[in-house]
Structures are given as C-alpha cells and as structure tokens.
Design a protein around this ligand. Structure first.
Ligand SMILES: [Zn+2]
Length: 264
C-alpha cells in the first residue's frame, strides 16, 4: 500500500516506483501483496492452456509468442507484487508492452506489405523500450504508452469482429471486451480511491487483484478470437470447441501452418 514504506518484510525495503491498495505483508512475511500475487495464476494457467492448444493445432509461431508473453507477464507480475522491488517491476511491465506489440503484429501483419521489416522493427522497439524503461523507471509514461498500444489494437480488433459471423466466436470477442472494461474499472478504483476504500469500506475488495484475474481472462479470450480469425484467413475451417467451459480453436483441416509461405 502507498505510504507503507516503513513496513519491511522478507524482501526488504520497497524500491518499486508504484504501489497498490493492498496492505503490504498482511498475509505472510514472504509475500508483499498476497492477493495481487496469487491472482496472476489465472494468466499463467490460461496462457499454458492456450499455448498447448495452439501447438497441438499447429498454429503459427506468432501465437506461441503471444501465449508465451501472457505467461511471462503473469510470472513477472507475481514476482513484482510479491517483492515490490524495482527489478521485478520491470519483469511485470516490460512483458505487458511486448504482449501488446505481438498483438499488433498478429492483427496487422496479414495486410502488411513489408513482412520482414515489421517483426524486425517491433523486435528493436521492444528491446529499446526494455532498456529505456529499465533505466528511466517511467510511471505515468509507461501507463500512457501501454494504453496507446492497446488503443492501436482496437480498430483492427473491431474490423475482425465485424467480419466474423460465427456466434460462438463473436461471444468470445464480447467476453474479451467486457473483461477489458471491467478490469480497467477495477484498476482505476484501486488506483484512485485507495484512501476512501481504507477509511469507508468495511473491507478492501482488492481491485488490483481483480484486474489481474480479468486481464488473464481477457488475454486468453483475445488470443482465442484472433486464432479463430487467423484460421479463417488461412482457409482452415476453424471451429470453437470447449474445454472445462473455456473456448479453444480447433482447425478442422489440421495442417501444420508455416510462416511465411502460407500467410494470406
Ligand atoms: Zn499488477
């Protein structure tokens, strides 16, 4: 929690540039923000499920990278919230930007004329960002930059949604959007009204932990929707199937897809 710098647990003084509304070391001395840490399990588990599914279906490397960035973000975020140290903070925030850049590649590359230039540019952008962010420790700058990248994805996502006629795939897109909105509200409440939550509310509803849960679901449904669209672009007759209530994309023509020869 902001203002609780004097509370030192197992990981020592807090060196992170940002703190959240959860009380530090309240559950155990080994984890600074307990709920903000364990809530990252959703991203890691759903990311693993998506990764295994997309490898089994022979999806392209871009989707493997996408799921790996989701898993890396979940692990990095857990490291950050459990320690509240600056180095671990980078392992939370940097994969978030990498994830958004891979989203941009997946969304825009089918119509991109400079196919080799785009991943090269994005790779250098991601690397330079990581180096600069590590030394400069932006707070507001990082948040605005991340929102900008997510906003860049939105028009293309909407275009894919409009061109998708499958009701189950559209439902996946709806859940993607709703979890993004709900998660953002939880993030904002936790960030803006912490003092009020502390003074007035009978309990802390752990808004930042809910942001993690909802964004874990959001990432999974976003990736799944894009897999479905990509399957259609490649004429692989994609279908939405379910595993424990979670959607998976099955290619009914399960030919291994290779880049870049079979790109549309
Ligand atoms: Zn977080």
């Amino acid at each position: 929690m902001v203002g609780s710098e004097d509370v030192n647990g197992y990981w020592g003084p807090i060196t992170a540039s940002t703190e959240w509304c959860e009380t530090n070391y309240a559950v155990t001395e080994y984890v600074a923000e307990f709920y903000n840490t364990i809530s990252n399990l959703v991203s890691v588990l759903l990311g693993l499920l998506g990764l295994v599914s997309c490898i089994r279906q022979g999806f392209e490397r871009r989707f493997i990278c996408l799921y790996l960035s989701v898993i890396a973000g979940g692990i990095g975020s857990a490291l950050f919230h459990s320690t509240l140290r600056n180095v671990q903070q980078q392992s939370d925030e940097t994969p978030m930007v990498w994830n958004a850049l891979i989203y941009l590649y997946v969304l825009y590359s089918p119509d991109w004329h400079y196919r080799k230039a785009m991943p090269t540019f994005l790779f250098f952008y991601a690397t330079i960002f990581a180096v600069i962010h590590n030394s400069a420790r932006f707070v507001l700058g990082f948040q605005l930059h991340y929102i900008f990248l997510v906003m860049l994805c939105m028009p293309r996502m909407y275009k894919y949604y409009l061109s998708c006629s499958n009701p189950e795939a559209r439902k996946v897109a709806h859940i993607y959007l709703h979890t993004l909105i709900l998660g953002s509200i939880c993030w904002l409440i936790d960030r803006t009204f912490c003092t009020w939550i502390e003074r007035v509310m009978p309990f802390n509803f752990q808004g930042h932990a809910w942001w993690h849960v909802l964004m874990g679901v959001n990432s999974y449904y976003g990736c799944t929707f894009l897999q479905y669209c990509r399957g259609g672009q490649l004429d692989r007759d994609p279908k939405i199937t379910f595993f424990l209530g979670l959607p998976l994309v099955k290619l009914t023509k399960p030919v291994r897809l290779k880049e870049p020869e079979k790109e549309s």
